[in-house]
Ligand binder design. Structure first.
Ligand SMILES: *Cc1c(COP(=O)(O)O)cnc(C)c1O
Length: 394
């Protein structure tokens, strides 16, 4: 065997032995509350399709319409000849939706975050990250070469201390946070972060992957939820694969910010534009999500969240202080989280176990997410299964 094969074989064997092995399961129908996963029909409580739009008839139609108009592939990067009417119209609509001068599309949220940090920070700058920020922000912070300080989760005193230490130093300062934290479902203390940013002449960057579509008036996100004017958060990132139900991401902000991303953002420049038909479908998602149907879906989702929290508290489960559709059930050890996830699977529910290092030691959990596509009965049935596990039935 070649040494490459041997080295990889050893690493993989170690991974398996640590109980950290992961593999994709095959879904043979659609994203939704009921799915066929590896041939088994399951009720899924794990997607980020919070409004149930991923397989919505209007989005499917819009995608097909987009294909008729623009074909399938973009065929080139945005700055060559891959920037289509559908991209342009969607960018304008996203700018208006977020109350900003401009918005720019990216192929994925991961790439948007790489571009934002690379363009705004370099070797002589400082990036302050919430310790529990999404992996893509952490990676982007490393990749941009800036000095990175990770402050304790949502701890603005700790951040203030770190910022004070950097006082008087040259270079830019970026405060970078998730709007809604993806593993806990709690919100960043955005008002305090915005105040700190002003006091320390720092730029506040908010990745609102889980806030757009769900929080704020008409789904305008976490910034709107806190009643902050858009200029208090000069850089926002949204992803389109979650509540929007499609794929891709955007950055919104001032004309200058967007122009800088276009001129200097390598993950924007050196990649093929997302399929224009997809942008056309995302426009349909945006129109749906900010209209009456969006409000109805958000109201329904809120009742499911309240129902789940009340029911879970009633059976003595340990929840986290989350008002969003991300509702983790804390179980402690990785073994316990895996056992519960397996027992739920045997009962027809798909709920993933999240273990360290994704979450801190001792906080392994089930990550339950709710979606407007679900019925109250789905939540009740999941609660009944969780009650059995809580009572030691497996
Ligand atoms: C999902 C997610 C991303 C990555 O977005 P993709 O479009 O899936 O690459 C970035 N940030 C946060 C907070 C996310 O939850």
């Amino acid at each position: 065997m070649s040494s490459l094969e041997q080295v990889l074989g050893e690493r993989l064997a170690r991974r398996r032995a640590q109980g950290l092995w992961r593999e994709p399961q095959v879904v043979s129908d659609v994203q939704g509350p009921r799915q066929t996963v590896d041939g088994q029909s399951l009720r899924a409580f794990c997607a980020n399709d919070y409004l149930g739009l991923a397989s919505h008839p209007l989005l499917r139609e819009a995608l097909v319409e987009g294909v008729h108009r623009h074909g399938v592939g973009a065929g080139a990067a945005h700055l060559v000849n891959g920037h289509f009417t559908a991209h342009e119209v969607l960018e304008r609509a996203l700018a208006e939706f977020t109350g900003r001068e401009r918005a720019l599309l990216f192929s994925t949220g991961y790439m948007a975050n790489l571009a934002v940090l690379a363009v705004l920070a370099g070797r002589h700058d400082r990036v302050f990250q919430d310790r529990w920020n999404h992996a893509s922000l952490i990676d982007a912070g490393q990749a941009c070469g800036a000095r990175v300080f990770r402050y304790r989760h949502a701890d603005t005193d700790h951040l203030a201390e770190r910022l004070a230490q950097a006082e008087g130093q040259s270079g830019a300062r970026l405060i970078v946070t998730d709007g809604v934290f993806s593993m806990d479902g709690d919100l960043a203390p955005l008002r305090d972060l915005a105040d700190l940013a002003v006091r320390h002449d720092a730029w506040l960057v908010v990745d609102d992957a889980h806030g757009f579509g769900v929080l704020g008036r008409s789904g305008r996100g976490t910034v709107d939820h806190f009643g902050l004017a858009p200029n208090r958060v000069p850089v926002v990132i949204g992803t389109l694969g979650k509540a929007f139900g499609t794929a891709g991401a955007f950055v919104a902000g001032s004309s200058r910010l967007i122009e800088a991303l276009i001129q200097f953002g390598r993950p924007y420049v050196y990649t093929t534009a997302q399929p224009p038909a997809l942008a056309h479908a995302t426009l349909a998602a945006l129109n749906l999500l900010r209209g009456e149907e969006g409000d109805r879906r958000r109201d329904h989702l809120a009742t499911l969240v309240a129902r789940f929290r009340a029911g879970a508290a009633g059976i003595g489960l340990s929840l986290m202080p989350s008002e969003t559709p991300i509702q983790p059930v804390l179980l402690g050890s990785p073994e316990r989280a895996l056992a519960w996830s397996g027992a739920l699977r045997a009962r027809g529910f798909l709920v993933p176990a999240i273990r360290p290092p994704t979450v801190p030691e001792g906080t392994a959990r089930l990550r339950v997410t709710l979606s407007a596509g679900q019925a109250p009965q789905d939540v009740d049935d999941l609660l009944a299964a969780l009650a059995q596990l809580q009572n030691g039935v497996d």
